[in-house]
Design a protein around this ligand. Sequence first.
Ligand code: MLT
Ligand code: ZN
Length: 463
Amino acid sequence: MTNKLLLESLQKLIEPSKMLTDTESLEAYGKDWTKIYTPNPMAIVFPKTTEEVQAIVQWANEHKVGLVPSGGRTGLSGAAVATNQEVVVSFDYMNKIIGFNEIDREVICQPGLITEQLQNFAEDNGLYYPVDFASVGSSQIGGNIATNAGGIKVIRYGMTRNWVVGLKVVTGKGDLLDLNKGLIKNATGYDFRNLFIGAEGTLGFIVEATIKLERKPNNLTALVLATPDFESIMSLLHAFQSKLDLTAFEFFSDRCLEKILDRGDIPAPLDDRYPFYALIEFEALTETIKDEALAIFENCMEQGWVVDGVISQSEQQLKNLWRLREDISETIAPFTPYKNDLSVTISKVPSFLADIDEVVKADYPDFDVLWYGHIGDGNLHLNILKPQNLAKEEFFAKCATVNKDVFEIVKKYNGSVSAEHGVGLVKRDYLEYSRSAVEIDYMRSVKAVFDPNNIMNPGKIFK
Ligand code: MLT
Ligand code: ZN
């Protein structure tokens, strides 16, 4: 069937204004924040109901057309990219909160709900949705669930998976499954809900989610501490974590701080500059807890692990300190960074980082390497900035060589080639560095059960 006839039949399933084929929309909805793939979708559809989603999936099965789910498109792995005449299914119009129970502390929402709106709804009801990261103003809950989004509070609250107590999904076969139904305890066999979390839309589409909320933290307080070397960051983690219940433990190198300060709109935290910084956050529920934090700070200075530091004294100062870490990604985006999102068990972090630093330097001594990340979770973001005199293609080709060396180290350490950004297209050729061939075979078999015609986000995770 020609594309024209295909689109005529697709159009019959949804409102006329809810299908777009103009060049601008195809370009905008065919890509995510990776911006390294050329968008080439056939059309964008905007279903408003679960029935419409089911009809679209049935249509795709009938005509063997690939479907790509689309949320806020803030992903960094190319999971929401349509490069091969797929139909993009955007959840922009399925974006409402449709239920809330204050006793259960559970909210039912549609997948297109913006993450920040869920956070605000929780706050308006005296509660808290703890999954947090820089792009919450654009990202959508469906996308967060599909990628099992992490972020800056994982050390205390875990990843998105921890907060999803129910999911309605339309499988690749077009069946509607109502999974776990908001239950906290449910020991009735395979938990398909967890299979769909982090599946990047390759098994089916999320059409509704039940999310658990939490007590709102009180008097959050942050320290930014400068260290003379990376090992000291790890000593700080151990010192603070053994005495306090931390809500965050992040780190960044001085090169990151330099880029942040170059912006000119974020105040320098300290008078001088040092090799590494830790951002440590905790709930100062009582004065005693705050005193305890200050005592650990002093002790770390005596040990030589900290050379200078600052503690937030107001909400505004807390926000300013967080910007030093949270704004790194956006600040370095214009420098065409080659991004890697790696993890290992926490105790191995120092030698893992040193080994990677060494291979990158051995391959390309002039590369500008920036390190930051969620060190309390063993999650490191390695960003290499494109040298000005190098064409983008040449730079990416060189980084692909570096990648192989980096991933050999990841494999040696039993680490992950994607800690929180997903596999998508960016990491699919490297999956075997983190998952065994047998595991990948089982993954393919699971995919075939839920999506026998391979229409759900084809080519993502696996070729
Ligand atoms: C972050 O931690 O800032 C995000 O994962 C984005 C990034 O890695 O650039
Ligand atoms: Zn991150």
